[in-house]
Design a protein around this ligand. Structure first.
Ligand code: MG
Ligand code: MG
Length: 250
């Protein structure tokens, strides 16, 4: 079932997403060689609670952390711990918050110190693919206009789109209908409507699009162990166009 949100509900979603965006800004400042993923997770949990939210991922199907932290070949769902970030790594941070019954969900991939030219190009293309998808998130368009735009930017740059994981609706649940694939044919899929709120989240691989899950049951890696990046915004579709809820006004 697809739930359209009222103006009031969109403001509540904006509040949860604002907490996520603020925490992400603090994390970005903390990322440097030598910091552990566990330290980033502790910081996030504290800062979410200070802002009146709760970490949405903690307890989700038994996950024990506030963040998913996915380094280099890890696509998504990396588990925070003792791993120290190293110069040249790329680190994907995914953060979810629930506040007043509404969810926020936002992810970004950051460079650690100076990264290779190829890694930087993946970061640039990942962000560009997300923004191209968001630009299609408007009434009259169809769902797969978003998917096709993301896929076009990604494959046009010579990278591949992960098929096994997709974006989603968001509201009173972290994951709502519809699923939003990052690949597809423009002009197909459900008609987009004002009040639909979607978490758009392309996962982009340097090599093959294929992934596998490690023995811990969570960590998703690229099958060829090449790099992967992940960018996500929660976006409300309005009559005025896409409204990015998980972005701070600069
Ligand atoms: Mg997320
Ligand atoms: Mg998500």
């Amino acid at each position: 079932m697809i739930v359209l949100k009222s103006r009031d509900e969109i403001e509540k979603l904006r509040r949860s997403n604002r907490i996520v965006a603020e925490v992400m800004m603090l994390l970005r400042e903390r990322i440097r060689p030598g910091v552990t993923t566990g330290e980033l997770d502790e910081l996030a949990e504290r800062e979410i609670q200070v802002r009146g939210g709760s970490p949405a991922f903690k307890g989700y199907r038994g996950f024990r952390h506030a963040l998913c932290i996915s380094v280099n070949e890890v696509v998504v769902h990396g588990i925070p711990g003792d791993r120290k970030l190293c110069e040249g790594d790329i680190v994907g941070i995914d953060c979810g918050v629930v506040a007043d019954g509404f969810y926020g969900d936002h992810a970004w991939t950051f460079p650690v110190g100076k990264v290779s030219a190829e890694a930087q190009r993946m970061l640039d293309i990942g962000e560009a693919a997300l923004m191209a998808g968001i630009a299609e998130a408007r009434p009259i368009n169809r769902l797969h206009d978003i998917s096709a735009a993301v896929q076009g930017v990604t494959e046009g740059a010579g990278f591949s789109i992960v098929r096994d994981y997709v974006g989603h609706g968001i509201g009173r649940s972290l994951h709502e209908e519809p699923q939003v694939p990052n690949f597809g044919t423009a002009g197909t899929g459900m008609r987009l409507r004002s009040g639909l709120v979607l978490a758009l989240e392309p996962m982009i691989n340097q090599g093959t699009w294929e992934t596998e899950v490690l023995d811990d049951g969570w960590t998703v890696v690229t099958k060829d162990r090449k790099l992967s990046v992940h960018f996500e915004h929660s976006v409300a579709i309005t009559d005025d166009g896409p409204d990015i809820l998980s972005r701070l006004d600069e």
